[in-house]
Unconditional design. Sequence first.
Length: 297
Amino acid sequence: MQRRDVPGAARAALALAVVSLAAAGAAGQGPGGQSDVPRTPWGHPDLQGVWNHTTTVPLERLAAPGESPAAEAAAAGSAPLVVDTADGRLPPLTARGRQRADAGAHDFPDGNVPVASWQELSLFDRCITRGLPGAMSPGVYSQNYQIMQTPAHVVLIVGMIRDSRIIPIDGRPHVGEGIRQWLGDSRGYWDGDTLVVETRNFSRKTNTRMTTVFGGSESLRLVERFTRVDADTLDYRFTFEDPDEFTQPWTAAITLTRSEGTVLEHACHEGNYAPEGEVITGSRVTEDRTAAESGQR
């Protein structure tokens, strides 16, 4: 049989068709054989878009005043965000964790306690960061997240205080133990259709606990899991492992729903102006008034 050469244009069209078919196959079926998970052109589950997790569900189930142990046990299934403890509450703190908590939000004063300087205010007060898992935990408002993907990275833009997380998923190792960061050092990988992100190398400067857990000690290891459930839903959960803070690891699960639009700027000007204009000045006024009332001035 006589051989015929395929013209250049035809070869190009054929190559394009092969690439398109391969991409279509990747988009339709994943490593585990699933066919209903949206996929990127390179085959990873597609997590991209703007997501929201506004919720009134508390982090842990709180006991009512005078609640009996039997009532506590009966209400344990009242669906808090903590999902892996028998009573739906955070596990007990270690002695070190309790000491920090009793000191007042991990060395930072809370409430109306006068402060000596801006250095006594948390990074959240100063609108710098909520740390982790605080940045990924439900709050009062601005609970939007934008996720972007490349074959080698996943990027998360956090609406509240505008934290940005650039997470390599190309197999590179974590940075050295001597490098500590407010949001730690994150590395991700795919476990089937779930994006798993492990973060370590946290700085104790973000170790503040207010109405929820915003950080741990330098021993904290945070493992997050992102799973695309359907076109409009992401299952997000994190496991908090910190032997210096809690007597056992614990996991919280949060549902993220697709949101239209973009993540708007979170200017957070109260953190720019309040420390000097209200907190520091107010502390000095409070101290002067207290001194005057006690007859010291």
